[in-house]
Design a protein around this ligand. Sequence first.
Ligand code: ANZ
Ligand code: ZN
Length: 838
Amino acid sequence: MSQPDRFNPHVADARWQKIWEDQASFVADDTSPKPRSYVLEMFPYPSGRIHIGHVRNYTMGDVLARYKRMTGHEVLHPMGWDAFGMPAENAAMEKGVHPGGWTRDNIANMKAQLKRLGFAIDWTRELATCEPEYYGHEQALFLKLYAAGLVYRKESAVNWDPVDMTVLANEQVIDGKGWRSGAPVERRKLSQWFLKITDFADELLEGLSSLDQWPDKVRLMQENWIGKSKGLRCRFAFPGSSGDGIDVYTTRPDTMFGASFVAIAADHPVAQKLATNAPELQAFIEECRKGGTTAADIETAEKKGFNTGLTVEHPLDPSWHLPVYVANFVLMDYGTGAIFGCPAHDQRDLDFARKYDLPVTRVVSDGDITDSHFAGDVAYTGPGTIVNSHWLNGLSVEHAIADVIAKAESEGWGKGQTQYRLRDWGVSRQRYWGTPIPIIHCDTCGAVAVPEAQLPVKLPEDVTFDIPGNPLDRHPTWSKVDCPQCHKPARRETDTLDTFVDSSWYFIRFASQPDDKPFDRAVAEKWLPVQQYIGGVEHAILHLLYARFWTRALSHIGMIDVKEPFASLFTQGMVTHQTFQDADGKWLSPEQVTRSGDNWTIAETGAPATAGRIEKMSKSKKNVVDPDDIVDQYGADAVRWFMLSDSPPERDLEWSEAGIEGCWRFVQRLWRLTGQVSGAEGEDKALLRKTHQAISSVGADIEALSFNKAVAKIYDLANAIEKAAPSASRDAAIKTILLLSAPMVPHLAEEAWTKLGAGLIADASWPDVDPALLVEDEVTIAIQVQGKLRDTLTVAKGLGQDDMQALALASQKVQHAIGDAEIRKVIVVPDRLVNIVI
Ligand code: ANZ
Ligand code: ZN
């Protein structure tokens, strides 16, 4: 049988994509009796173009999904769009387009791009979070959580951009300025909606230990974010008052005798009260408020304080009085908003003490130095023995902590307390392009839920973006509604939900999407948890924590019996590419430069260029490649193959011209191989064995997401097939290599399969392994003389000890090594080695 000697992806790719679509090959059947497998990659934000990082991410998921189908699973592998968010509003402001139109156009473009890569996606379940068919159900879920007391409204401090007139997320504040307007950010108090994620802090922490198929680093990041700490809450009383004082929270009550000051947050009630008739303090408080609200802002800001003139008594020695400062590094919403400072053993306290010349007393010693005088500017925060602390002296840190807590509790001036760093999730955004919060404010009834029958609360289409602020706020009619309870005129909530809410349940909606409710519980439970979730590590905390919380909250109110949404998580590495710059430091794209010897020049002008670092592909550095361009050039399969080859999937992958060309050549090689079915007879035992080893290990590698290893084994098998003489075994191996590579290069595989098998290869079964053929029947043994390797021999497996010894002694190299010496002993380890002792 003859075939064209080149595989032509430009014809084949689209043809097979259409056939898969027409045959609904990848549509998941909710009622299938087969074992289920839900494979999911994090859904993209429709920014306009698919990025190469998406291609890598979705190729990995696709290989797993296709493999799971071949191994008899009913696979759910859906795709959708995380379609709300700021960039659409920015485009509206900059280009005068409507966020909806902009987003939907982007979705259409990106969908076409994804389709060209031949992903095995169930497109019937496609969803976009910006459509009322999605966000209406989200509003219903929000109201269910509201009814259950898991949603509340409270005044809280936010980053306010006075020019754009909007709240900014912490990430949008750069060096204290709004990222778009560049205006200094102010701290404002606004009423915001919150989700009670803190109710689940312990559960979310405990749950991490069941996630043994998550990367350790992600679990650790979540653990730190939740930040459970155990400590003491205790009172430093005002002298002479009967019990009045300042409550502090400390995780280090063992260091209490090293205290040298007490500090309170700018928003602490004591500071606020003092400030009413102390203009200087008032000014200092204002200054503190200007800073950003992130932990990093606070960590890096210069430590500043204001001495209030107040003093407090030390709880362990009431005759000892400590000064009270207002300090910019104490947060109001952590612990009690007040601390005692122990400069020798806390860096911030030390910086502060050095600045304001406060005593620094060593109370923990890690060795011989027990001197109470503490020199230097680096606090000692490690373990050790307590010193200079009266009755605590000689105890370990842990022991002293326990003793001080016990004493405080028995004397009534303090209590052991568990504290979390995790804060409730503020979900209010003063933006247009998000899910409207389904609440109506009534002067009489307060905040009233929109009745379910009135959902979805749709976004109005006729909005303007010519002035800053929230378009929903200034819409002439949208917010004017009657109160559902008393029917008097009322106002719609104009805040929309944080887009992280949208991505906190899309995986449930993928599993089940009825029209009349967010999901059908029984169907969703069939699919969930997601068996394999794949995405970028940048989502290690927020998205993954919010999704875990949302799932638990729904489970808590009895809507679904799933605790953890993602059984297994994989975080893939980035795609990188060489960067180039011209003499002025301007970035050049790799296509603009050519190499001449060791130097680079700009192709057009001949001016010198410098090759810079290999970095994550980014538009600003001009080192991006566009997926459409490379698919045009090489076809989907070569691109997919490249995404899987070379680097382990968790590592970065460097894009290179040479690399993609190698992939293209391999695709063609595979194609030629499939034309070599000869019909010859006879068995080739070695090739047969190699084939079965490949079936077994490629399968195991795909299951382990070790795609680069699977690829390497397919290369190996291809080499072995090419070297082998025609035989029935060789024909079988050709058929097998096609099945093994089908998840990776599906278009080529379909095209070749039309001659080798029946039906679609996408529907074919993964080949069976004959376990007997996995066992090697030859082994390589080491021959040592005096423990030193002198020769290696390939022998039949299970060879008797006498035979092994005889073969070893017959070796020329061994005889040479022994020379005239007398053999005193021969040690034989079956199938492993022979050691000759002289
Ligand atoms: C005294 C002390 C001595 C502290 C020492 C540390 C070392 P984690 O572990 O993160 O929970 N702290 C308490 N409330 C604070 C607030 N509102 N703003 C800023 N800092 C605050 O941290 C607890 C420690 O952070 C507490 O223990 C307190 O300082 C500080 F050698 O108390 B420590
Ligand atoms: Zn009312």
